[in-house]
Design a protein around this ligand. Sequence first.
Ligand SMILES: Nc1ncnc2c1ncn2[C@@H]1O[C@H](COP(=O)(O)OP(=O)(O)OP(=O)(O)O)[C@@H](O)[C@H]1O
Length: 240
Amino acid sequence: MKVSEILSASDVAHSFGDVDVLEDISLSVEAGTVTALIGPNGSGKTTLLRVLAGILSPTAGRVDYHGPEAEREIGYMPQQPSFRSGFTAAETLAFYTSLVGGDPESLLDRVGLEQAETRNVEALSGGMRRLLGIAQATVGDPPVIILDEPGSGLDPGMRQQTFEVVEELAIDGAAVLLSTHDMTLAAEFADQIILIERGAVVEAAEPTQLFAEYDCESLQAVFETVFETGTAVDVAGETA
Ligand SMILES: Nc1ncnc2c1ncn2[C@@H]1O[C@H](COP(=O)(O)OP(=O)(O)OP(=O)(O)O)[C@@H](O)[C@H]1O
């Protein structure tokens, strides 16, 4: 185990009934780094993130947290963050900070939502809900932060800002693990890229190592080389 390893998966598998979605996944995430999980639609990214976050139990293998003792070890933002209606953005965060500490106002500032403080959650745009979801995932400063498609649904400026927030979280010492379909931002901000296909890890390396290995100049080109990019979504358990 590396000194800075904070979360690891060893031979993890997950099945929904008789549908095998993840198989034999081993990976390691280090403190102070950003890891981007990349793969085609339906390849198992959300399922893997939910297993790593402890929301789903692996059906085989294990997930281990090696970080410091913390009130909240892992923060998680689902792909579709949802909040209890009838509360403002600040009140929503205040509920969580009352449990594990932190200041709602500075959490909102961090994601650029300071002007939405008093707005009701049901009046937030899709992008704003995602930003609130990121803020919620960071309540209590968990050493591991898992974000399922944090940039999805955001305009290019907000997407860039979101990845800058992610970078700041890593600079502050957190291990951030996220899924994304944005190859440019992944290449720019991630220290480690994990490529996943049909529930298995194909590669785990620094972006520059992947460029060298596949003789490509962009992560998009690596993606197109590694994955057979077609028009049909891979559906686990379907043979057609
Ligand atoms: N509750 C479930 N029951 C059965 N199959 C499921 C369930 N959840 C996910 N799956 C299947 O598991 C596979 C992986 O889904 P998952 O959502 O993890 O993929 P993904 O890589 O996150 O996809 P996307 O990029 O489209 O968000 C898919 O084939 C999906 O249909």
